[in-house]
Every structure is written in structure tokens, then in C-alpha cells.
Design a protein around this ligand. Sequence first.
Ligand SMILES: Nc1ncnc2c1ncn2[C@@H]1O[C@H](COP(=O)(O)OP(=O)(O)OP(=O)(O)O)[C@@H](O)[C@H]1O
Length: 240
Amino acid sequence: MNHPDRMRAAKTTPQGAAPPRALQVEHLRKSYGRADSAVPVLSDVSFTLDFGETMALTGESGSGKTTLLHLVAGLDRPDAGQIRLVGQDITGLGERGLARLRRHRLALIFQQFNLIPSLSVADNLSFHARLAGRHDPAWIAALTARLGLSGLGARLPDQISGGQRQRVAIGRAMALRPDLLLADEPTGNLDEDTAQQVIAAMTGLVAEIGCALLLVTHSERIAAQMGRRLHLSHGRVGPR
Ligand SMILES: Nc1ncnc2c1ncn2[C@@H]1O[C@H](COP(=O)(O)OP(=O)(O)OP(=O)(O)O)[C@@H](O)[C@H]1O
């Protein structure tokens, strides 16, 4: 949903009914392994995220941050609980429904950038939008300029810096104007200054598009720049 669509959706919501949240997670549970030897990772996790909000997901190594992100992205399935994306419960969707959702509503950014090595910067930027049938050349051009990637379009990913690679990944994600952006340690491979530039680019675009951002980080400095924080501890949302 783009910004004007969201405004329309809010206006057409029946009087008195609250417009849907970007993300609503209720009583989520997830264990790994077989029933007799299952290791619980998430015991009872609930939270909401509104459009335009940014949230840091923190917690010790192994506390379940990536697990939670993958559940929200529909890349894995919970044992119990609900995940509503713009009001739609995704936990009951089949593979095709989940793939459609990932293509149209969600965007993911990873620590390892995950660009396609054989494609140019320009083709990487437009790749997901083309797949989704939502290629908008004017928006891609604006993103390219905003992300400081002008003049790099013909290069391959291994011909640009790590910070530039992550900015390509941000552009590729934002080309879709997602409702929810999920980022797993997006600056984990970058030095502090470059990390700051990447975070500034990401949060600027999140504010412009009006989507929600859930960002896994080990960095206190970056967590402090998000509007809210969700700290995972012993399978639950807990105090730091
Ligand atoms: N596919 C899997 N099979 C079995 N156990 C798993 C699987 N994936 C994750 N785990 C376990 O679940 C727990 C949570 O892992 P997860 O990757 O979500 O943690 P994390 O908070 O993201 O950690 P880190 O900060 O180190 O990246 C860990 O104990 C991990 O070993």
C-alpha cells in the first residue's frame, strides 16, 4: 500500500473502527526441534507497530531476534499466536499467499546485503519492483539520487563499497514502497560512520513512505535512534 492508498484506507474505515496497524503480533510461540526435545525460543511475544513507526529489536545473541523477524516475514511458521500485517492474519496463509505478501507488502534487508552479483547496481535496484510488476522508473531515479548512487548504475556489486551495497539494498527494498520494512543487522558489516549514513538513509525513506520499520541490532547507538525498542529476553519481551 502506498501513502495515498493508506490515507484512503484510513478514511474508508467504518466510523469508530480503528484503521489497521502495520503489524500486530499476539502471543507468538516458536520452538525448534521435535516435540520431546523441543527448545523454546519465543514463549509469548506480543507487540504492535504502526505505520511510520520505527522499532529496534534487541536482545542477547540467541534470544530469538532473527527467529521473530523470519516469522513476521512469513519465512517460517509459528507454533502458536497471530501475526497481522495491515490487518491480515498471515499465519493461516499457504505458500503462495505468503510469497505474494512478501512480494507486495514486505521488504527485507540483511547484513550480507544479498544483492545479485551478476546484475548491475541499476538492475539490482529495480529487480524486486519488476518482479512484482510495480516498476516505477521515476521513483527508482529518485531513490538512486537520494541514496547517493548516481553514476554507479553500471557497476556490479563487487565494484562498489559495503556502504554503497547496503544503500542499493535499501533502494531495492524501498522501490516497492512496502508497508513493513524488516532489517536484520543491516549495518553489522559496516564501520560506524558508514553505518550512521545507512541508518539515516533508511529512516529518512521510512518517514517519507510512511511504512513501519522493525530493525534487529546489537548497537546501542542505533537502537537509540529508533522510535521504540522491543527487547527479547528468555523468550519474552522484557526489560533490558
Ligand atoms: N533452524 C533452527 N533449528 C534449530 N535451532 C535454531 C534454528 N534457528 C535458530 N535456532 C536457535 O534458536 C535460538 C534463537 O536463534 P536466533 O537466530 O533467532 O537468535 P538471535 O537473537 O537472532 O541471535 P544473534 O544475535 O546471535 O543473531 C538460538 O538458540 C538458535 O540456536
